[in-house]
Design a protein around this ligand. Structure first.
Ligand SMILES: [Zn+2]
Length: 176
């Protein structure tokens, strides 16, 4: 799996003199056009029910088809992480939540359409006000409410989720 995709043609002047690669900015030798392929922001959330079970989604598409995901996704331009994660919760699982609290951030790589996107995943916790989900079937195949201790790391969709689950244990001990 390539770490990055070679894009030889300059998107500004069209000459085959564009230097894409692992270092930024990507610079065109002909017209000096510069492109900064920056990290994308994404958000995800651990939603708890009254029995301290966490809502996991079963992913309906690649990457990580069939693995355990969390409600979340890429943040839109001009959006806060808080409003973005509430939007993603509405869109993907459709349940009302309260007590949204920031947990921490972990970097991730998201492989899509032949390209590895570097992301920074911002994690939250929240409490479910209802168990009635309305899933978006294009994103979520099913939901599973699971206790933290019943999760196998290899079942999780992304390494950042494993890291976040690790800090979640200590976070909950603080009684937040
Ligand atoms: Zn150029």
């Amino acid at each position: 799996m390539p770490e990055f995709i070679d894009l030889p043609f300059c998107p500004h002047c069209g000459n085959r003199t564009f230097n894409s690669g692992p270092f930024k900015p990507w610079i065109c030798d002909s017209c000096n056009f510069r492109l900064y392929p920056n990290v994308a922001s994404a958000a995800a959330v651990f939603i708890y029910d009254e029995e301290s079970r966490i809502l996991f989604t079963e992913r309906a598409h690649e990457p990580s088809l069939g693995k355990l995901g969390l409600p979340g996704g890429f943040l839109d331009a001009g959006e806060t992480a808080e409003s973005g994660i509430l939007r993603e919760i509405r869109e993907e699982v459709g349940i009302p939540v309260t007590n949204l609290i920031y947990l921490g951030s972990f970097p991730n790589k998201y492989f899509y359409g032949g390209i590895h996107y570097d992301t920074l995943d911002l994690f939250f916790t929240a409490r479910a006000l209802s168990k009635e989900v309305k899933i978006d079937p294009t994103e979520v195949a099913a939901v599973h409410w699971k206790h933290r201790e019943n999760i196998q790391e290899e079942d999780l969709a992304f390494p950042s989720f494993i890291q976040a689950l690790g800090v979640l244990k200590d976070f909950k001990k603080k009684g937040v």
